[in-house]
Structure formats: structure tokens, C-alpha cells
Design a protein around this ligand. Structure first.
Ligand SMILES: Nc1ncnc2c1ncn2[C@@H]1O[C@H](COP(=O)(O)OP(=O)(O)OP(=O)(O)O)[C@@H](O)[C@H]1O
Length: 618
């Protein structure tokens, strides 16, 4: 507030003073009142906003199906077209937001019904919805499903015939065209100028009602399934800013979503995230013995006994494994067929069709049989080899129990598999880091398996949420913490010695050296162990996960070799007071004991009988 006139008045006569003073007083008072009114207005406006927010939140919570102009049509089409009676959590909210023109990222667990969130709005809107999807097989599945419920949909991909493409491109701008959804691969958007020009025409004619980007995590290099052509999809929002975009994924962390937002040029998307917890899935890890890998016998026994006549998938590491494991299972009387990317398309769709109609009980597949596989009654997903990341594992195991009934997700965890996969993902951005997180999921028995998955996806987790639906929670009392400091020193000494002799050791060499299987001369220089092979492998894995050992790769024109070298934490072992512990299955020891001697460790490590080992981790 200016005091200029008041100060000037003081220097003059009384009248002038009073004249100036009263003018100044009035002006000051008015200014004060104005300021107060503005402040009051701001406070009221702020309170009103809070009140409005609370009312909207309550309405959203208690009446998520609050009437919009499209609500009746939605309900009607949900029942009549999609033959569903109710919405699953978050579906209606997502649909209403998208129908009101908001850009949205929807993170919903596998099998929860993300597709409905763009298919139903497409049916209830003018024009058509553009759906970008990464796989042609996924596209074909959706087209098959939509055809079965009489929803008109078309697709454009590399294998579309010229006539078909011409017809679709012409219909895009035809107001009488019947299709409601147009499925395209990201490659089409990136490469076909004709498609872009048609989209532009459709946009100008008001026929492009919505854009859905399925598996939106494929945009980000930090996601688990980066596809370079997804990087170019920002063109859609730049060219068609008024069209609401819906990005869908089951597996994206907060940072991956931030990246996707930037890549897709979506200024302020609303993100809806459902819990990752699939309550009907039981998670379990079983050890694969490197000495006598009888995991296929184990798997066949499980399928024939526990999952008799039930549908399932066995995931394997390679195309060769798909063929051999499938043949082995067939040899043991299981109705199984292989599925991998190198099979011809007819054979692949035949296997898929036969499995979908229960003519094949088990598909033995690589990751090629993953995204979009939607069979309701899959009762088991068994991983013969660990996945290369938690995201992959969540996607693959997510094929189980999509009908909400109980289903099992079992991983066979083998020491050698870690290094087989490691050499495969070495060129990938953060490939090693992601693999080690998966190894950690399998190796650790001190945390609920669900909590590892949930925390990985940035979800705040309460262990009560598991409800003993994982082996760790179910057998929690069977584990004990043991001290492995001396073992760690022995292993580190072996790797250190090799380094000083300019030798590189593969994990197999380290294992065998520690077990005393190396040359006699070498044996004299190191401390060997009497622990079993499984125990030795568990300790080496733990040291790798904890950073006392680390990976070292060597490339030849034909192959990649994996070696173990000292990790960043190895020097800590020189410190006498430094100790390392590890949790493992208890065998007769008091659960609260933390053993410190080698003798105790050996006791606590004693491996259960073969049959028991088959059922549980340690
Ligand atoms: N409201 C609902 N009520 C009952 N079933 C539903 C509902 N919404 C979707 N479904 C069914 O759930 C199954 C999975 O749906 P969808 O394929 O869309 O899953 P998704 O979330 O895309 O999973 P993923 O990421 O694993 O592909 C489908 O068979 C679908 O018909």
C-alpha cells in the first residue's frame, strides 16, 4: 500500500493535512478492505475446490457409475454385445474418463479385462477407434473374438493383402463404413504414409474417436519388451491432439510410464493403477538339481496327477527346449505340443486352436506364446526355466486363472539357467539387472513372493494380502537365517586366486573348484567344502545377488561366455567383523538361531530327500 500522499500532507497546513489525511485514510481503508475481500475470496474459492473435490471423490467412490449421457448405452452394450453382467474394478472409471475425452494410462493386472476399456467405448462412439498392438497374433485373437460377438473390426499389418488394405483405407473416411475398431501394428504407423494421410482425413471428418495403445510399456527402453517402432507413436498425439489416447499395460513401473508419457507426447494423462495382486494365483519356486535334472519327470508327474485333464502352459528357454521338453512330456504320456516363433504360421495357429478347444492339454512354449493368450481355464503355468525378468514372469504366469478360479504358477529354478539367460540378455539395456531381480525372486525365501512382484511394480504391499498363496508364506516357519561368512571368504579366495593366475572361471568351474574337483595342485591352494552341490550353488548365487561376486563376459564370433569375477563388496570380507547371512530351509534347528559355525551351516543346509526336494525349495 502506497503512503505517498500521507507523507506529502504532513509537510503542509492542518487543513491540507486533514484533507490529505482523510483522503489517504479512506484510500488505505478501501485498499485494506479490497485486499481482505480478495483473500476471503481466495480462501472461499480454495475451500469450495476442496469441497468439490471431496464431493466428486465420494461420488466416484460410492457411485462410480454416475450417469453420463453415454451410461445407459454402455450398460446396454455391456450386456447385449459383450454378454457381461458387471464391470470389474476400474473398468467403468477408465471407460467414463476415456468417453469424456481424457488421456489415460491404465495399469491393470494380466487377465483383468483391459481390452473392454476401449472395445466398449468404441461400440458406443461415432466413427472408429485406432488400436495399436504389438503382435499380429494378438490382433488376430481380438478380431476373432470381436467377430464372434458381432462387433465389426478390421486390421492392417504387414500380411494384409493389397485389396484388403485398399478397402480399409477407403472405408476410414466413409461415414457409412461399419467397422468400430481398426487394429494396426506400430510398424504400419511408422512406415505407411498412406495410412497417416487417411487417419488425418478421418480426424478432420471427426471419425477418429479414440486411440488405444495396447502394451504401452513397449514404448520405453526401460520396459521389458521395448519395440523400436513404439518410439515413433508420438506422431499420433501430435497430429490428432483432440483424440483421447488410452495406453494399456499390465507391467509398467512409474518410471516406465513417465517415459511412455514423453514418447507418446501426452501432456497430462490420468493414470489409473489397479493392484498387481492376482489373489487366485498360487506362486511357488522349486529347485532344479544340476546333478540330475529330473525337472521334466517332475513336471510330467505334476501334470498327470495334480492337473489331470486340466489346461496349462509350460514355458521354456529356447525353441530347441520347446521341441525337446514337449517330446519328453509326450514320451511320458502327457498330451503336449511345442510352440515357438520359428514354427510356420499354420502350425502355430493349429496348436493354439487345439489348445484353446482342449484337444491339447499343454503347450510347451517360448515367450512367443505370451501376450494376449486369453484362455479362461488355464490351471497351471509352469516355468521349466526362469523368465528373463519379473515383468516377463508376471506376463507369462498371468495366463493362469483368468476365470478367477485358483491356479498355480510354478518356477523351476536352476543354477545353470541363470548363466544361459545371462549371455542371452547381455546386450539388452539393463538386461542383467532385470535378470538378477528375477533370480532374487526365486532365490530369496525371506520375503513373500507376491511382495517381491508388488514392490517391483512400485505397489505398497501388506503381507496379509498374500493369504498364504505363495510357498514362502505357506512354509514361512521352515526357514532359518544362517551365517555364510566363511563360505563367502572361501569362494572369493578361489575367484581371487584365479584372477592372480590370469584365469577366468565360469560358475561351473568355481563350483567344482570349491567342491574339490579341480587339479590336486589347485586344491592345496584353496579351502574346499563338503557342502552338497545344491548348497554350493545357492551360496554362489547369493554372493552374486549381494554383490560379492559379479558377472564378466567374453565374446567370440560364435558365442558369449559368462565368468565370475570379484564384486564391489568382496573387499568387505577382509574386515573381521563383517558377516553375511542367508535364509534357507530349516532342518531341525531352532528357528531363532543364527548359526555361526561351518558345522551349523552344514546341518542347516542338509538337503531334504529327493521327493521332498521336489515339492519344496529347501
Ligand atoms: N467385466 C468383466 N466380467 C467378466 N469377464 C470379463 C470382464 N471384462 C473382461 N472379462 C474377461 O476377462 C478376460 C481377460 O480380458 P483381457 O484379454 O482384456 O485381459 P487383459 O487385461 O488385456 O490381460 P493381458 O494383459 O493378460 O492380456 C477376457 O476373457 C474377458 O472376456
Amino acid at each position: 500500500m502506497s503512503t505517498g500522499p500521507f507523507v506529502a500532507g504532513l509537510k503542509c497546513s492542518g487543513n491540507v493535512f486533514w484533507g490529505f489525511s482523510s483522503f489517504a485514510w479512506q484510500r488505505g481503508t478501501l485498499q485494506l478492505i479490497a485486499i481482505n475481500l480478495i483473500t476471503l475470496h481466495n480462501i472461499l474459492e480454495y475451500m469450495l475446490n476442496i469441497l468439490l473435490y471431496c464431493i466428486l471423490t465420494c461420488l466416484n467412490v460410492f457411485f462410480p457409475n454416475l450417469d453420463f449421457s453415454w451410461s445407459t448405452e454402455l450398460e446396454q452394450n455391456l450386456k447385449d454385445v459383450f454378454q457381461l453382467s458387471t464391470f470389474r474394478p476400474l473398468q467403468l472409471k477408465a471407460i467414463n474418463l476415456s468417453m469424456s475425452g481424457k488421456d489415460l494410462f491404465l495399469v491393470m493386472p494380466t487377465g483383468r479385462g483391459k481390452s473392454l476399456c476401449y472395445q466398449l467405448p468404441a461400440v458406443c462412439s461415432e466413427g472408429f477407434t485406432l488400436v495399436v498392438t504389438p503382435l499380429v497374433s494378438l490382433m488376430e485373437d481380438q478380431l476373432m473374438y470381436l467377430k464372434s460377438i458381432d462387433v465389426e473390426a478390421v486390421s492392417l499389418n504387414a500380411s494384409s493383402s493389397k485389396e484388403h488394405a485398399k478397402m480399409v483405407l477407403a472405408e476410414m473416411t466413409d461415414s457409412k463404413a461399419p467397422f468400430k475398431l481398426l487394429y494396426v501394428t506400430p510398424e504400419k504407423i511408422a512406415k505407411s504414409k498412406l495410412l497417416m494421410s487417411r487417419l488425418e482425413k478421418a480426424y478432420n471428418a471427426g471419425r477418429l474417436s479414440r486411440i488405444a495403445v495396447d502394451e504401452v510399456h513397449c514404448c520405453s527402453q526401460w520396459g521389458h519388451d521395448f519395440r523400436p517402432d513404439y518410439k515413433l507413436l508420438g506422431i499420433l498425439k501430435r497430429q490428432f491432439p483432440k483424440v483421447p489416447l488410452l495406453g494399456l499395460t499390465a507391467t509398467a513401473t512409474g518410471s516406465v510410464l513417465k517415459d511412455c508419457q514423453k514418447i507418446l507426447c501426452v501432456p497430462e494423462p490420468i493414470t489409473l493403477t489397479a493392484s498387481f495382486n492376482r489373489t487366485n494365483l498360487y506362486y511357488e519356486v522349486r529347485l532344479k538339481d544340476s546333478n540330475s535334472d529330473d525337472s521334466v519327470s517332475d513336471i510330467s508327474a505334476l501334470i498327470k496327477e495334480r492337473y489331470k485333464d486340466q489346461s496349462g502352459i509350460v514355458y521354456v528357454f529356447s525353441q530347441k527346449d520347446a521341441e525337446t521338453v514337449s517330446a519328453d512330456l509326450q514320451g511320458k504320456g502327457v498330451n503336449a505340443s511345442p510352440y515357438h516363433a520359428n514354427m510356420n504360421p499354420e502350425d502355430k495357429s493349429q496348436v493354439h486352436r487345439k489348445w484353446a478347444t482342449n484337444k491339447i492339454q499343454v503347450v510347451v512354449a517360448t515367450v512367443a506364446f505370451g501376450m494376449g493368450i486369453d484362455k479362461a481355464d488355464v490351471r497351471f503355468v509352469i516355468h521349466h526355466t526362469i523368465s528373463k525378468s519379473i515383468e516377463n514372469y508376471y506376463q507369462e504366469s498371468g495366463r493362469a486363472g483368468r476365470d478367477d478360479k485358483p491356479a498355480d504358477c510354478i518356477v523351476y529354478f536352476g543354477f545353470n539357467d541363470i548363466f544361459r539367460i545371462s549371455t542371452m540378455v547381455v546386450m539388452e539395456n539393463v538386461g542383467q539387472q532385470k535378470l538378477l531381480t528375477m533370480v532374487d525372486y526365486c532365490q530369496n525365501v525371506d520375503r513373500c513372493r507376491r511382495s517381491v512382484i508388488a514392490v517391483h511394480f512400485d505397489e505398497v504391499w501388506d503381507d496379509e494380502g498374500c493369504n498364504e498363496m505363495c510357498d514362502v508364506c505357506r512354509h514361512g516357519n521352515d526357514y532359518i537365517t544362517v551365517d555364510i561368512t566363511q563360505h563367502a571368504k572361501d569362494v572369493v579366495q578361489i575367484v581371487e586366486l584365479a584372477g592372480s593366475l590370469d584365469e577366468k572361471l565360469t560358475p561351473l568351474k568355481v563350483t567344482e573348484a570349491w567342491m574339490g574337483k579341480g587339479p590336486a595342485k589347485r586344491r592345496k591352494m584353496i579351502q574346499t567344502t563338503t557342502l552338497s552341490r545344491l548348497e554350493v550353488e545357492a551360496i554362489i548365487t547369493s554372493l552374486l545377488l549381494q554383490g560379492y561376486l559379479s558377472e564378466d563376459f567374453s565374446f567370440t564370433p560364435y558365442t558369449t561366455y559368462f565368468y565370475l569375477k570379484l564384486g564391489g563388496k568382496a573387499p568387505l570380507l577382509k574386515n573381521q567383523s563383517h558377516s553375511i547371512t542367508m535364509k534357507m530351509r530349516r532342518t531341525g534347528l531352532d528357528a531363532n538361531t543364527v548359526s555361526t559355525t561351518q558345522q551349523t551351516v552344514q546341518e542347516s543346509f542338509s538337503v531334504p530327500g529327493k521327493d521332498q526336494r521336489r515339492k519344496e525349495i529347501w
